[in-house]
Ligand binder design. Structure first.
Ligand SMILES: Nc1ncnc2c1ncn2[C@@H]1O[C@H](COP(=O)(O)OP(=O)(O)O)[C@@H](O)[C@H]1O
Ligand SMILES: C=C(OP(=O)(O)O)C(=O)O
Length: 567
């Protein structure tokens, strides 16, 4: 059976009508329909199309050869072998470090499902990071992947030095260690650790607790001798290079130091310039305290590079960021629940509910949410995760976070590919059971658009997602110039996957962070009839769809929704 239903805002009259000249296929039933919607601004789609052509002509992106579609071989194989329902909706961010920085290792991660490669400017040199970015770009160009790059700023946290180049050091119970602001020409003496903050020895007091990585290892300050702070290890564990440090007095976090420092340090600004020059897709800002810093950074990016598509992600990891949460998320292009540092600033038992609130708020405000840190931490050393870790990953997936993030597991752990495969398989399993139980349907989505065209897009997407669930369609197709319509569909967390077609490579990569979106690069025109026919024949030729698949099509070209069965 071939059937089509269309809802569309018209560009020809003051009211829209559902097209009834859709192709009626040989044995098809054609379901004409008619709705009346106030006329949107007619020029909208034209403006976007010419903007896009201008970007393309300026050489910012290489045009997709006419008649072609860009998709990676992993998605292609997944769709061919297992069909639409099996595609993973939750995205995966992998931190790249010494264990995974080579081309082959990066390719293995992309094949394993990495959607975003994160580089942390807390570690390594710019030359090292540039080489990683270039390898990811090569991977995308040569293999058709759309792996986005996220650069994470160092921020104004206090952290340890690099442990003389060692991968880690073990601190045992009762051992005495020295934390110092002294610089050494040669390697640091044994059990001595550099601290990056000059005022450290003046600010700590005897009796303070020093927490490494939010409590993974704990010390008590027993003596202060000039620049040296002598500590006894009270909770043993593994010290990692440049690990974050916080100090606590009488059960409260001491945070005067962070309050005085700018969120974006002078080194961070240089790293941001580097990120813009390298064309990274996301900049994640550490220790955000207010929305102002995000707005400032966004206008800086726009001024430095008007065509730059770099999005700004706010890392929620401090008490201050929680105080101004809604404003920060509204100002940002997404948020990361940075549970490592967050857990060092608020009681650990508060972290799960804070995570849930942030994930829900992000979805309501239509911003992607990343759940980060310690998801499968034990896999830094062991080939299988603990049961508790699997439960934690499951919870983040059930909360329908956009993305999960690996840190040390992929950067320096023994089993990066295995860690990735755990996130992948747990996501698939939990997504399926959530669909079966209809979990996630209860979240109220407030209206977020202000202008009429934006409100129409938002309502069309809400309607399309509802229709997709009711009709149990195989997929939603969205033709999107800016990515916004795809994002609005993803916000609804529909049961089926969303194929997002966009002509711009950078938007394709950006969409790769968002829940349920399978981004394709495809040139299209404002003739939706021909766009659809061309997409169907390209995807059918590659075995990714077949006759009879039921699709709902949404477009920001004509602001329309239609249901159609693949001819
Ligand atoms: N570029 C890099 N070079 C060396 N080691 C790295 C790099 N990136 C990450 N790592 C290692 O992986 C660990 C986890 O990464 P990440 O979570 O980004 O860092 P952190 O927890 O220090 O903020 C780090 O502690 C560090 O040991
Ligand atoms: C992701 C985090 O940030 P970073 O790795 O920069 O410490 C975190 O603290 O959880």
């Amino acid at each position: 059976m071939s059937c089509s239903i269309r809802l569309s805002t018209s560009i020809a009259s003051s009211h829209s009508r559902i097209f009834n000249k859709i192709p009626v296929h040989k044995h098809g039933i054609h379901v004409p329909n008619y709705v009346s919607i106030p006329r949107p601004i007619t020029a909208h789609s034209k403006v976007l199309i010419s903007e896009n052509l201008k970007i393309t002509a300026a050489g910012q992106v290489k045009p997709v050869p006419a008649g072609e579609i860009e998709v990676d071989k992993v998605t292609e194989a997944e769709l061919k072998e297992n069909g639409f329902r099996s595609t993973r909706r939750t995205k995966i961010v992998c931190t790249i470090g010494p264990r995974t920085c080579g081309f082959e290792e990066l390719e293995a991660l992309a094949v394993g499902g990495m959607n975003v490669a994160r580089i942390n400017m807390c570690h390594g040199t710019r030359a090292w990071h540039r080489a990683v970015i270039q390898r990811v770009k090569r991977l995308n160009e040569e293999k058709g992947f759309a792996v986005a790059v996220m650069m994470d700023t160092e921020g104004s946290g206090i952290h340890m030095g690099d442990l003389n180049g060692a991968e880690s050091a073990k601190a045992e119970d009762g051992e005495m260690w020295t934390f110092t602001v002294r610089e050494f020409d040669s390697p640091c003496p044994e059990r001595t650790i550099n601290v990056n903050y000059d005022g450290f020895a003046e600010d700590v007091k005897v009796g303070d607790e020093l927490l490494v990585d939010g409590g993974m290892v704990r010390f008590v300050v027993v003596e202060i001798i000039g620049p040296d702070v002598i500590c006894r290890c009270s909770d043993p564990g593994l010290l990692l290079p440049r690990a974050n440090l916080t100090f606590w007095r009488n059960g409260s976090l001491v945070q005067e130091r962070n309050a005085m420092l700018p969120t974006i340090s002078s080194k961070d600004w240089l790293d941001i310039d580097f990120a813009i020059a390298e064309g990274v897709d996301f900049i994640a800002v550490s220790f955000v305290k207010s929305a102002e810093v995000i707005k400032h950074l966004k206008s800086y990016i726009a001024a430095r590079s008007p065509d730059c598509q770099t999005a700004v992600i706010a890392k929620i990891e401090s008490v201050d960021s929680l105080k101004n949460l809604e404003e920060i998320i509204k100002a940002s292009d997404g948020a990361m629940v940075a549970r490592g540092d967050l857990g060092a600033q608020i009681p650990l038992e508060h972290v799960p509910s804070v995570q849930e609130n942030i994930v829900q708020l992000c979805r309501q405000l239509n911003k992607p949410a990343i759940v980060a840190s310690q998801l499968v931490e034990s896999m830094i050393e062991y080939p299988i995760p603990t049961r508790a870790e699997v439960a934690d990953v499951s919870e983040a997936v059930a909360q329908q976070a956009d993305a999960l993030m690996l840190s040390g597991e992929s950067a320096m752990g023994q089993y990066p590919e295995k860690a990735l495969s755990v996130l992948r398989s747990v996501s698939l399993r939990i997504e399926r059971s959530s669909r079966e139980k209809k979990r996630g349907d209860s979240l109220e989505l407030p209206t977020i658009s202000f202008s009429l065209p934006a409100s129409i897009s938002e309502q069309l997407c809400n309607t399309a997602a509802k229709m997709a669930n009711k009709l149990e369609v195989d997929a939603l197709f969205v033709y999107t110039q800016t990515g916004q319509t795809a994002s609005l569909l993803s916000r609804n967390r529909p049961d089926c996957p969303i194929f997002a077609f966009t002509p711009t490579a950078s938007i394709r990569r950006r969409l790769n962070l968002q829940w349920g979106l399978i981004p394709f690069r495809l040139n299209f025109t404002d003739n939706m009839e021909s766009n659809l026919n061309r997409t169907f024949s390209l995807l059918k030729a590659r075995g990714m769809i077949k006759s009879g698949d039921l699709i709902i099509v949404v477009s920001d070209v004509l602001q329309s929704v239609q249901a159609i069965s693949v001819p």
